[in-house]
Design a protein around this ligand. Structure first.
Ligand SMILES: C[S@@+](CC[C@H](N)C(=O)[O-])C[C@H]1O[C@@H](n2cnc3c(N)ncnc32)[C@H](O)[C@@H]1O
Length: 352
């Protein structure tokens, strides 16, 4: 562990318990969020066209306790590992000293650097500049442009193609409809398990066009033209704040309801699973997206409830299948609009 610039926007000291808690890997995370992230990473790594057996050199920005290693090397129901563990050459970088200490003890064979991503980045050649868990949302848009300009400039002079994953908070998530008119506001991670205090900080929220503009500004400044750019919405109806309802008291606790279904312990009337599209002012593509998702989602819910009285829960035996069906429904519907908890951009850059 080395130490460079050390000021991160937020102290995560009270978040250690959450990141280490087994409760964090709830069914929604295991069944949908991790596979969805892995699918994004697999597509990005495939586009790199790495020589057979070549290592994948990764810099994970805002690496926290090193979850990026798990995403890259573990397997799940639907995806093989993104890369075999013995081909991963991983460096994690985080602005929080406790996170770096914990990550280093959990992953003794990986390198972790205590540094601010807004400062000088390690100057090794990396194939993949990873981010997960929305670290870029801790930055202002102009800070993100600066960080990406540095990465894109490095990619222009690299020996091989480079992929960059930019993970941010989606502006039009149902978790915070009252905030849809704002790009930046004080966000609080009140979902941390067993944390003595809540992590609160100003964060930046992005629609697809907001993030496209930031990426385009960085590409212009670095004089590169991305070979590939796409966007993925992750956790449309099941972001963690649907259950805390910290920023929107008017929604059903979908994440908890789906977790209960997946665990075969649904306890609430089946009709609470239905989803009515939000009425908050939004661009027409967002409004239309939620209308379409609502019809598809409710068709599945109504089918499950067809033979039940309105106050009855779905039988426990049918819960796990319905949970998977609904998670797959939102995953298929996503369009990368910034209409979910996370918006993930995948950028691929060729050397000049
Ligand atoms: C929500 S956590 C995600 C951690 C990890 N990537 C994961 O998915 O579990 C966001 C991380 O970004 C880090 N972070 C925030 N601002 C940063 C900055 N300016 N430089 C480096 N790290 C930063 C925080 O310390 C925190 O560990």
């Amino acid at each position: 562990m080395t130490s460079a610039a050390t000021t991160s926007a937020t102290s995560y000291k009270s978040a250690q318990a959450h990141y280490l808690s087994p409760k964090r890997r709830d069914p929604v995370k295991r069944l949908m969020e991790e596979p969805a992230s892995r699918a994004v990473l697999t597509r990005a790594v495939t586009k790199l066209d790495l020589p057979a057996e070549a290592p994948l050199r990764v810099l994970d920005l805002g690496s926290g306790t090193g979850d990026g290693i798990h995403l890259l090397t573990a397997t799940d129901d639907t995806n093989p590992p993104v890369i075999a563990g013995n081909r991963l050459d991983y460096v994690g970088l985080d602005g929080d000293a406790d996170m770096v200490r914990t990550a280093s003890s959990l992953h003794p064979s990986a390198a972790f650097i205590h540094a601010d991503m807004r400062g000088e980045l390690p100057d090794n050649d990396f194939d993949l500049y990873l981010s997960c868990g929305v670290p870029y949302s801790h930055l202002t848009p102009s800070e993100t442009i600066d960080v990406l300009t540095g990465i894109f400039t490095r990619a222009r002079t690299a020996q091989r193609r480079t992929a960059v994953i930019v993970d941010v908070l989606g502006r039009f998530s149902i978790e915070w409809t009252p905030q849809w008119q704002h790009h930046q506001w004080d966000y609080a991670m009140t979902f941390f398990h067993d944390a003595p205090e809540r992590v609160q900080s100003p964060m930046t929220f992005y629609s697809c066009s907001d993030l496209t503009a930031v990426i385009a500004a960085a590409a212009r400044a670095a004089n590169v033209r991305p070979r590939h750019l796409d966007f993925t919405d992750r956790s449309v109806l099941v972001g963690r704040h649907t259950t805390t309802r910290t920023f929107n008291a008017d929604i059903q606790p979908y994440r908890q309801l789906i977790n209960d279904l997946a665990e075969g312990t649904p306890a609430t009337p089946w009709r609470r699973l239905r989803f009515e599209p939000p009425t908050a002012k939004a661009p027409s593509a967002i409004t239309q997206f939620f209308r379409d998702l609502s019809s598809r989602w409710n068709a599945q819910v109504d089918r499950a409830g067809a033979h039940l009285a309105p106050h009855q829960p779905v039988p426990g035996t049918q819960g796990p299948l319905l949970a998977r069906t609904l998670l797959e429904c939102e995953r298929r519907a996503q369009q990368g609009l910034g209409a979910a908890h996370s918006l993930i951009a995948t950028i691929v850059i060729d050397p000049a």
